[in-house]
Design a protein around this ligand. Structure first.
Ligand code: CO
Ligand code: CO
Length: 315
């Protein structure tokens, strides 16, 4: 779909659409919703809302308003839906946006998310397809939420490990986005269902470039590795890894569990930022001052030759 005012559309698997209204203003449009990944309805609402807002933050835009998107079974207690919506509203308040309405349908399984509208100066958005060769790659949250929530459903995870992962998923990418806007970066995507390497692949294919990732530098949520060693991995994560086959060159010190971890489907993951090396120190410093969950540099972008893989993972 093309239109002269559509600055970012469906061509680049980007996080949100950007539509120019005039020379000074573009709207950023996105929608995201999914079934519960934790038992507590209020916390599920918080995580779903943070996840939906993240696509606007990933575009380097400011969210302003949202609509609730709800599926709910007719035979479930309506107070549960009330808690889900309260959780979403608490994140809207924290983000400084207004929830202006919404729509619900009867559904076999509850589902919740937001359709978020944001604003940005036309051309200032951080698309996922505009990385530059030589950029450093920086990640603002540790990974492992897919593995941990799957272990949670199987009741195989320690309460404190799950609580920590829940806090990470419920955290907004607001301050990370503000830091990235203030420094000025080349590209960004948030890490969600396709996992770290899946979203990196979208960025690199969109940019026509390749990336090297240092496994030892990727921040990982505490407890994730233990669960991996017990053989716990979500189906989506295993599918992500299978789909990366022809894209990734793994060095031989990278274990099968490392591969699963780097492919792990995240919910409300961090921002994966592609930044000019001259600006990386400043960005790391601002993220640290803002208290984001990670400000780790995990790799770099290069111009691949014909024989280079899109992604090269080393130890
Ligand atoms: Co996204
Ligand atoms: Co999304």
């Amino acid at each position: 779909m093309t239109h002269p005012n559509l600055l970012v559309g469906t061509k680049t698997s980007d996080d949100a659409a950007v539509y120019k209204l005039n020379d000074d203003l573009a709207v950023v449009l996105t929608v995201d919703f999914f079934p519960p990944i934790v038992d507590d309805p209020f916390i599920f609402g918080q995580i779903a809302a943070a996840n939906s807002l993240s696509d606007v933050y990933a575009m380097g835009a400011k969210p302003i308003a949202a609509l609730n998107v709800v599926g709910f079974p007719s035979d479930l207690d309506m107070s549960i839906l009330g808690e889900i919506l309260k959780g979403g509203a608490s994140k809207a308040l924290e983000a400084g946006i207004v929830i202006a309405g919404g729509h619900s349908v009867v559904d076999a399984e509850p589902k919740y998310g937001l359709s978020v509208t944001g604003i940005v100066n036309p051309g200032s958005q951080t698309a996922n397809s505009t990385s530059k060769s030589g950029d450093l790659l920086l990640l603002t949250k540790p990974i492992g939420t897919g593995i941990i929530t799957t272990a949670g459903k199987q009741e195989k995870v320690a309460a404190e490990v799950l609580e920590n992962a829940v806090a990470i998923m419920a955290a907004l990418n607001k301050s990370a986005s503000e830091c990235m806007i203030s420094v000025g970066v080349n590209a960004c995507s948030d890490v969600t269902g396709f996992g770290l390497l899946g979203h990196l692949r979208e960025m690199m294919e969109g940019s026509g470039l390749g990336a090297r990732i240092y496994k030892s530098k990727v921040p990982v949520i505490e407890g994730t590795t233990d669960l991996l060693e017990q053989g716990i991995a979500p189906g989506g994560t295993i599918r992500n890894l299978a789909s990366l086959k022809s894209t990734v060159l793994w060095d031989k010190e990278i274990s099968e569990n490392d591969k699963i971890l780097l492919s792990d489907a995240q919910t409300s993951g961090g921002l994966l930022i592609s930044v000019n090396p001259d600006k990386a120190d400043k960005l790391q410093q601002l993220l640290s001052e803002a208290g984001t969950l990670s400000n780790q540099i995990i790799g770099e972008v290069y111009t691949p030759s014909d024989t280079d893989p899109t992604i090269h993972v080393t130890g």
